[in-house]
Design a protein around this ligand. Structure first.
Ligand code: HEM
Length: 460
């Protein structure tokens, strides 16, 4: 196996990860060099990939050996291996295919206008705040927006921004995130499992509530579906399943579990990225002003930004890319598992090893970036592609993972980020509440989260 730090019995190398596991992993992988490092997460043998060409070699060339996830006990609770995130083999292929097809068709039927509508509602709410000159914490609002983005796009459902009533999906998503965000030691140290039964039960109950929520949406959609007038992703999925020559394979319970993943994987990731974007914009007034000028020029004062503007808003796109690089929402992506021995870079990754992509380490590596610790959106400008919404990514930028199992919601995430960011920055000036910069250090949980903060906004 690749070299790595000496593991202790039971805990392996967990003690070396400290308070900032991503920084510690980067420092360790720098020390062992070569782009591949072995470490033990408790009793779980793990290989961390920190070199862009090895990421591609393993995730693309050896794709069929690395397509499965390494599933911890918590992962098994979320989907019982019958969901998109954690399933394998033909189950995963069949469901991933219908989701990918339905998401492609969603473009044709302009389902993302639902996300645009959510961005408009959120901004109307911000307008009320701006008019009263309140200092406020944007966290709950952007979380509602990212949840609404997913549930409006998927089920034509949403939560009011000023409502105190918790939507079932929000409540459950919060419990799920709370139970997953800090990592679960029992996932790596099996002897701790008896001490975490309560936590496990809470997680299972919350997941069950979201399955039920998705299942009721399926029943309602089946009754009201008009095949040539799809309203949302779920309509498109039902159409896709109906026309599949293997339609007997699909069932409502498994479909609810796959739909639940959209909430699990799509809620926190987008909210965290938006929360970081606000911090970097408030801390970099000069860049924020240039983005505002760009939006005014491209979209035109008084108009609402649309996806067709995206190819011309190169600085805004660059700011979003740079936030996703410097404070990536999924610093180790999602774990994969070697399904047979993989021979790579002169080493063997043995069958059943957990394999992680060092998304954070790659994004912070000065071999690939000039001054990686600094927020420099301009670094993306020369890479901006004129043909699409985004940029020609360098190989060291992999926030959505790599290969056929990369994030299925990437297009939705990019639409959500563009709609929200363009409106927020066109309508308001975002400022720290005093002359100090907002803390941009972050807290390392499963995601790289920001510390709660307050801002002031002014109408433009
Ligand atoms: C900034 C936002 C997001 C980031 C950074 C992100 C990142 C990721 C990453 C790193 C993976 C694992 C990829 C791999 O193994 O190679 C993933 C998987 C996944 N993501 Fe996202 N994601 C985001 C938003 C979303 C959204 C909005 C949705 C749903 C609408 C979503 C749904 C999923 C699903 C279902 C998977 C599992 C795919 C599979 O196993 O086949 N994600 N995401």
């Amino acid at each position: 196996m690749p070299p790595g730090p000496f593991p202790l019995p039971i805990i392996g190398n967990l003690h070396q990860l400290g308070k900032s596991p991503y920084k510690s992993l980067k420092a360790l992988s720098d020390r062992y060099g070569g782009g591949l490092m072995t470490l033990y997460m408790g009793s779980v043998p793990t290989v961390l990939i920190s070199d862009p060409s090895l990421v591609r070699e393993i995730m693309i060339k050896h794709n069929d050996q690395i397509i499965d996830r390494y599933n911890s006990g918590s992962a098994l609770i979320i989907g019982r291996e019958k969901n998109l995130l954690f399933s394998k083999g033909s189950f995963w292929i069949k469901y991933r295919n219908v989701f990918s097809a339905a998401m492609n068709n969603a473009r044709k039927f302009n389902v993302s206008s639902r996300i645009e509508k959510q961005a408009i509602s959120l901004n109307n709410h911000f307008k009320v705040i701006a008019n009263t000159y309140q200092v406020f914490n944007p966290h709950d609002f952007i979380r509602k927006y990212s949840l609404n983005g997913v549930i409006d796009y998927s089920f034509s459902d949403s939560v009011e921004y000023d409502s105190e009533t918790d939507h079932i999906a929000i409540k459950a998503a919060e419990i799920m995130e709370e139970n997953l965000a800090s990592g679960n030691p029992q996932d790596f140290i099996p002897m701790l499992a008896p001490f975490y039964q309560d936590k496990k039960a809470k997680l299972a109950a919350a997941v069950g509530q979201v399955w039920d929520y998705c299942d009721s949406a399926i029943q309602v959609h089946r009754k009201t579906l008009i095949a040539d007038k799809p309203r949302d992703l779920l309509d498109l999925l039902l159409v896709e399943i109906e026309k599949s020559d293997q339609k007997d394979f699909y069932n409502d319970l498994d479909l609810s579990r796959c739909l639940t993943d959209l909430i699990v994987a799509g809620h926190e990731t987008v909210a965290i990225t938006l929360g970081w974007l606000i911090i970097y914009m408030a801390n970099n007034q000069d860049i924020q002003e240039k983005v505002y000028q760009e939006l005014n020029r491209v979209v035109g004062a008084g108009n609402t930004p649309s996806l067709s503007n995206r190819k011309d808003t190169s600085l805004l796109n660059a700011c979003i890319q740079e936030v996703m690089r410097i404070r990536t929402a999924a610093p180790l992506a999602l774990p994969r598992k070697a399904s047979s021995d993989i021979h790579v870079g002169g080493y063997v990754i043995p069958k059943d090893t957990q394999v992680l992509m060092n998304v954070y380490g790659l994004a912070m590596d000065d071999k690939h970036w000039d001054r990686p610790e600094e927020f420099i959106p301009e670094r993306w400008i020369s890479n901006i592609s004129s043909s699409s919404d985004s940029v020609n990514n360098t190989d060291a930028f992999i926030p959505f993972g790599v290969g056929p199992r990369m994030c299925v919601g990437m297009g939705v995430a990019k639409d959500e980020l563009f709609y929200c960011a363009s409106q927020m920055l066109m309508n308001f000036r975002w400022m720290p509440i005093d002359d100090k910069q907002i803390d941009d250090e972050g807290i390392a949980r499963i995601a790289l989260e920001y510390k709660q903060y307050q801002v002031r906004i002014e109408n433009r």
